[in-house]
Design a protein around this ligand. Sequence first.
Ligand code: 6IA
Length: 146
Amino acid sequence: MRLKIYFCGSIAGGRRLAATYREIVQHLEALGHRVLTRHVAFDDALDWEEQLGPREVFARDMAWLAESNALVAEVTVPSLGVGYEIAEGLSLRRPVLCLYSEGADVSRLITGNTRPGLVVHSYPAEAQMLAVIDAFMADVGAGGGK
Ligand code: 6IA
């Protein structure tokens, strides 16, 4: 089933892992899903985004969040916006996957979070990261996407 995925990755929090975000988005698209927020991974798209004001970015992102079937968040680089999106996604009862590179000092509000629908996983290398995404997407698909 083709699903709408809201991908979250750090923007103001720092672009150090932009290549990893691209890997995730391209993988989700290769699985046949639609990534509503692919601009988070592609810097050239962010240049275009600069034409939008903060209120427009917020309104559009919240509309996409509501439209999405599930969230995939790369949380290795701490980001206020990503934390906000995760909380909002859980409130809307969307399944949320939080991924981070093994050894990263991720907020305990994520690693210790027991809210239903949240899956938190570290990965030692990119190959394992993609396998975690595959397992999560298989679960989301089996649950009908919401
Ligand atoms: O606090 P952060 O900026 O790191 O939050 C990143 C998250 O918030 C991402 O997952 C995005 O979904 C969302 N977000 C934050 N800023 C933008 C944005 N800025 N455009 C779209 N989504 C955003 C416009 C471009 C900027 C370079 C001026």
